[in-house]
Design a protein around this ligand. Structure first.
Ligand code: NAP
Length: 253
């Protein structure tokens, strides 16, 4: 396998073409990993991967993958194994947000939010874990949401899905710990990304007011999440599993 040949760890980052996922992809590449970006927009994923390769010595590649589509995940993983090596690091970051009154949520919308945020995490873990078991080593980080601490009005679908990610993380961590695989979740809070800007533009979030109520006095940066993620996927984080590592400027304690 390419990973075994080169000794370079291979990471898959879903939703890696934008926001938090892009910062994580850049950081893991800077830390010496080969990075596979899975995103809905394959051209954007490939373009971001080329930028990463230009900026770091490492390898990167982008793939058009909808994380709700197991066949697309498996197909892309075949290309990752052939081109970069077998992945033993997985960051489930792809997410879909939404603001809808509870009584207005159609079953189709409910199912889509659950599919992207929760079932997508399930699919990617199930697809990548066998390579981790083979390697006797693995790191999984699931990006959930600080809304799972606090609740958020008009986000019952999203908060339910992300809360599912938290429970999934804890259960999978216990099951995989004997195989050298850690599973943790980072619930971000108030991170300045296209998703956050869209919520602000649609009138669901007042950025200035949110900064004023954030103990550290600023919005989070995607790099803040990337730094925590980089630690959780490192060698030295091997005794940390099943944990919820909040990165939220003190908004939730
Ligand atoms: P973002 O800038 O919108 O990035 C999310 C990325 O995921 C986008 O590239 C998006 O593609 C992609 N994506 C969406 N659905 C996908 C699917 N089905 N398959 C593959 N890729 C998909 O958002 P972000 O703020 O960086 O969010 C990253 C993660 O953090 C999400 O899970 C989000 O729920 C979570 N989070 C963020 C915050 C925050 O304050 N920003 C707070 C709590 C949790 P398109 O752009 O093409 O849709």
């Amino acid at each position: 396998m390419a990973e075994a040949r080169s000794g370079v760890r291979v990471a898959v980052v879903t939703g890696g073409a934008s926001g938090i996922g892009l910062a994580i992809s850049r950081r893991l590449a800077a830390d010496g990993m080969a990075v596979a970006i899975f995103d809905l927009d394959g051209e954007s994923a490939a373009a971001r991967a080329r930028e990463i390769e230009a900026q770091s010595a490492g390898r990167a590649a982008g793939f058009a993958v909808d994380v709700t589509d197991r066949a697309a995940i498996d197909h892309a993983l075949g290309e990752v194994r052939a081109g970069l090596g077998a992945p033993t690091v997985l960051v489930n970051n792809a997410g879909l947000s939404g603001f809808d009154r509870f009584l207005d949520i159609s079953i189709e919308l409910w199912n889509r939010l659950i599919a992207v945020n929760l079932t997508g995490t399930f699919h990617c873990c199930q697809a990548v874990v066998p390579a981790m078991i083979d390697a006797g080593w693995g790191r999984i980080v699931n990006i959930s949401s600080s809304s799972t601490h606090s609740g958020t009005p008009r986000m019952t679908h999203y908060v339910a899905a992300k809360s599912g990610v938290v429970g999934f993380t804890k259960a999978l961590a216990l099951e995989l710990a004997p195989q050298g695989i850690t599973v943790n979740t980072i619930p971000p809070g108030f991170i300045d990304t296209p998703m956050l800007r869209a919520a602000s533009q649609e009138g669901y979030l007042d950025i200035e007011r949110s900064v004023a109520t954030t103990p550290v006095g600023r919005a989070g940066r995607p790099e803040d999440i990337a730094a925590a993620c980089a630690f959780l996927v490192s060698e030295e984080a091997g005794y940390i599993t099943g944990q919820i590592i909040g990165v939220n400027g003190g908004r939730n304690t």
